[in-house]
Design a protein around this ligand. Structure first.
Ligand SMILES: NC(=O)c1ccc[n+]([C@@H]2O[C@H](COP(=O)([O-])OP(=O)(O)OC[C@H]3O[C@@H](n4cnc5c(N)ncnc54)[C@H](OP(=O)(O)O)[C@@H]3O)[C@@H](O)[C@H]2O)c1
Length: 291
């Protein structure tokens, strides 16, 4: 099959392209294909003639989105709609990525796909609107919601903690927000499992699925795990990791307090289990330590 991956330079996009496959994979970076242009998306599908599209392109700057909502909505809502519309007109299935931030995170139980959404920030609203546009425009879609993504490429919490750890003796990290870190490499593996299944069967059980790492942690506990790995990987002066509350660390965007996704539907439907995030963390810390 021919597979087009948008947002190919991002965390998930680059890991998806980096996986070995027998298929022909065409990756387009932001610079090569801007999904906010309906015309550019239609042209790309005409030129590359993919049989499956993975939309890993997104506006992911959660705090900046509060200052420039129009940009977030242009990419995450209108861009997603452009991709879905172009796929629909050529009868191409789409795998699209979304986020735990479509939920308010006000509860204390695992969130499944049928749970009511209620984003608390611009980024989450723009991603939810993108999901809804896809559901309206294209039947043959998988929306894969994931959370707290980290990888060796791009910007993420792991890289921020390691950078700050090299500059400070103490890091204050929020200890009252809980979620599931997910390695971009594990997401890429799951994308390929779904693509392979489509290649074999010519269809998929379309719909929305959750996929994230296990176990759930607070940002504070995740930071401790990151620093511990870095210490084990080489000479590293570990800073103190001090727990603080969300109130003690005001950010432009509010964040869900408890956004732990249930992956039961993906497990039951595809036999794909939530990956332990520590395996991915080892890989990423090692890759970053090796330079
Ligand atoms: N990061 C997370 O913690 C997280 C959590 C849950 C869900 N997700 C979702 O997972 C997916 C992948 O996220 P990620 O972590 O891989 O994000 P990422 O590293 O920020 O990658 C997104 C890519 O999309 C590109 N992009 C931005 N605007 C674009 C446009 N108009 N047209 C084409 N490309 C554009 C970006 O390029 P530039 O950088 O050059 O703009 C970037 O390379 C997204 O749908 C995201 O919402 C992410």
């Amino acid at each position: 099959m021919r597979i087009l991956v948008t947002g190919a330079a991002g965390q998930v996009g680059s890991e998806t392209l980096g996986r070995a496959t027998d298929h022909v994979v065409i990756g387009t970076s932001h610079h090569e294909l801007n999904i906010t242009s309906a015309e550019a998306v239609a042209d790309a599908l005409a030129d590359h003639a993919p049989e499956f599209v993975v939309n890993a392109a997104a506006y992911t700057a959660v705090d900046r989105a509060e200052q420039e909502p129009e940009v977030a909505f242009a990419v995450n809502r209108d861009g997603a709609a452009n991709v879905a519309r172009a796929c629909a007109s050529r009868r191409i299935p789409l795998l699209h990525l979304s986020t735990d931030y479509v939920f308010s995170g006000d509860g204390d139980g695992r969130l499944d796909e049928a749970d009511p959404t209620g984003p608390v920030n611009v980024y989450g609203r723009s991603k939810l609107d993108g999901e809804e546009a896809i559901r309206e425009l294209l039947t043959d879609h998988v929306i894969l919601r994931t959370s707290w993504v980290f990888g060796a490429a791009g910007r993420n919490f792991v890289k921020t903690v390691l950078r700050l750890a090299g500059e400070r003796d103490e890091l204050q990290i929020v200890a009252d927000q809980t979620g599931c870190p997910t390695w971009a490499g594990d997401i890429a593996d799951t994308i390929w499992l779904l693509v392979e299944r489509f290649a074999r069967h010519g269809t998929l059980p379309w719909g929305t699925y959750h996929y994230c790492g296990t176990p759930p942690v607070t940002w504070h506990a995740f930071a401790e795990a990151i620093v511990e790995r870095a210490r084990a990987a080489g000479p590293f002066e570990a800073p103190r990791i001090v727990p603080i509350t969300t109130e003690g660390y005001p950010t432009p965007a509010r964040r869900p307090i408890y956004s732990v996704l249930s992956c039961a539907k993906l497990e039951t439907t595809f036999g794909i289990h939530p990956p332990p995030w520590n395996r991915g963390l080892d890989e990423v810390v090692r890759a970053l330590s090796d330079g």
